[in-house]
Ligand binder design. Structure first.
Ligand SMILES: [Zn+2]
Length: 264
């Protein structure tokens, strides 16, 4: 028997402060990338190629559709990754819902008592066409977060940006080249190209994803139960994936100002 969403977290607890200090080794922050690189012993063929300099570009890996199994590959090939956690949990408030939280807490009832589980969603991106999201679940918050960071990196995708807004037509990569739709569960999202200066007209957690992907102007429409943030965020990621799946005619490339995922 599992009771979802049962809240036992105290209201005053701060989810960020104690976690960062409790563990010295942070997966997301690479303070000394050089020594970490030297210490890394690749376990996969792809990893070995990256370590010995056989692959220098993340595009090579993603274009060939190779599965990334080691986060170091992503860390080395995309040096300017930023990560963030998405607010997917919600404290049940007495009057109309509580504060949004990074961790979604569930409990399992056992003979020994209630066992809490924490789930969190992380997003990583370089604000320049590469984006990944991942979830992590564990008995404690720190491992849940580290798992989520890890998975976000392993799930990294390349997206196309561009300016598909007829009101703008600036031919640069501030928005997306065409409309895309994404779905997860009951939630559907449509991302629509917007002119420069529009900003990110999307739900807050989707904004985090779009920002880290390098999009600055967009309109969006949603359908379904968008209060289920996990589904909403997954639908948004699904929509972004489709930016690469649609074929663009060569003559439209310049008109739409398409910018593929590339690195600085
Ligand atoms: Zn434009």
């Amino acid at each position: 028997m599992e009771e979802e969403n049962k809240k036992i977290e105290s209201e005053t607890e701060n989810e960020e402060a104690p976690i960062t200090e409790s563990k010295g080794k942070d997966v997301s922050g690479s303070e000394a990338p050089k020594s970490a690189f030297e210490e890394w012993i690749p376990k996969t063929e792809l990893g070995r190629k990256v370590k010995n300099g056989g692959i220098l570009d993340i595009n090579t890996v993603l274009d060939e559709g190779k599965k990334i199994k080691e986060t170091e590959i992503v860390d080395i090939l995309i040096s300017d990754l930023e990560t963030d956690l998405l607010l997917i949990g919600q404290a049940k408030g007495k009057f109309g819902g509580g504060k949004r939280r990074v961790f979604r807490q569930t409990q399992k009832k056992t003979k020994e008592g209630n066992k809490p589980h924490f789930m969190t969603l992380a997003v990583t991106g370089n604000k320049n066409g590469f984006i990944g999201i991942g979830s992590g679940k564990a008995k404690e918050t720190v491992p849940a977060r580290e798992k989520a960071y890890r998975k976000a990196k392993l799930n990294i995708i390349k997206i196309r940006r561009g300016c598909g807004s007829w009101q703008c037509g600036c031919k640069s990569g501030h928005s997306i080249p065409f409309k895309v739709r994404g779905k997860c569960g009951s939630v559907e999202i449509e991302l629509i190209p917007a002119p420069k200066g529009t900003g990110l007209m999307a739900e807050k957690e989707c904004q985090k994803i779009l920002r880290l992907a390098g999009i600055t102007d967009i309109w969006s429409r949603t359908k379904g139960k968008t209060t289920t943030k996990i589904n909403l965020v997954a639908a948004c990621f699904d929509a972004l994936k489709k930016l690469m799946k649609t074929k663009i005619k060569a003559e439209h490339y310049d008109v739409l100002g398409v910018v593929g995922g590339f690195q600085k």
